[in-house]
Design a protein around this ligand. Structure first.
Ligand code: MN
Length: 257
């Protein structure tokens, strides 16, 4: 089995290396990842800049393609060029340094890279570990690899696009696995206003993780906080299919030109 491994924290991030070491037990792993941290760039791609790419030592005995671009760029470059002659069977993105749950999926570079793989018809999974002061990427990678093995066996020839989140493992083993929805509760956000050394104001977006509103344990935001590993199937068709017939029935006409 051939696996493309990418992330949004940058090619030298510890979560990527931990995932690499575990995935090599499943097959040949090629690392194609951003040169610099790209968290929260979402599904951005580089259209006005060149994509410089060079092979570097990620760790002793581990080589990887370092791409001066976004996570989605890395997947495009890998599939359209670097791995053209021997395409991967699976795209893995992560392990991200921090959870990717709720509406943060829309900002996530980690998730975007997995979606990009799915655009190309490949099974893909985004893997994230909840923030804590002691990120145990090795344990998280072991857990993720064990689940990915089972997912591959269960899916057979079916494609999948999945979002996997692992709770803080330093707090003890996970309570279990919860297959659940992406939460759409809004989160407590704040803009910090500060002043630079010249007295000019600047703003810093903060928060965005703690959900507000009704507590639904069947969505990723609350299940993860409760100590469960969460697994969510994703799709990238943004059409609101349920509303499509009602919209089509509205008496809309093109204005006269
Ligand atoms: Mn990240």
């Amino acid at each position: 089995m051939r696996i493309l491994l990418t992330n949004d924290d940058g090619i030298l991030a510890p979560g990527l290396l931990a995932m690499y070491r575990e995935l090599t037990r499943l097959g040949d792993v090629t690392i194609v990842a951003p040169t610099t941290p790209q968290s929260a760039v979402g599904h951005a791609i580089s259209v006005a800049q060149p994509l410089f790419c060079q092979e570097i030592d990620v760790a002793e005995g581990v080589r990887g393609h370092s791409v001066d671009g976004r996570p989605a760029d890395c997947v495009k470059l890998a599939l359209l060029e670097l791995l053209k002659s021997h395409p991967p069977d699976l795209v893995v993105s992560g392990i991200n340094n921090g959870e990717n749950i709720g509406i943060n999926l829309l900002y996530s570079g980690t998730v975007a890279a997995a979606i990009e793989g799915a655009f190309y018809g490949l099974p893909a999974i985004a893997v994230s570990l909840a923030y804590s002061t002691r990120m145990d990427f090795h344990a998280a990678a072991r857990l993720a690899r064990g689940l990915i093995q089972q997912i591959l066996a269960a899916a057979g020839r079916d494609r999948f696009l999945l979002n996997l989140n692992i709770p803080d493992l330093a707090a003890g083993p996970p309570k279990g696995l919860r297959v659940c929805r992406m939460g759409v509760n809004s989160t407590e956000e704040a803009l910090l206003r500060r002043s630079d050394p010249r007295g000019r104001p600047y703003f810093w977006i903060t928060g965005g993780l703690v959900p507000t509103g009704r507590r639904d344990t069947q969505v990723d935001q609350f299940a993860l906080a409760d100590g469960y590993v969460t697994l969510t199937p994703l799709q990238f068709d943004l059409t609101d299919s349920a509303r499509l017939p009602a919209l089509a029935a509205w008496p809309l006409r093109l204005p006269e030109m």
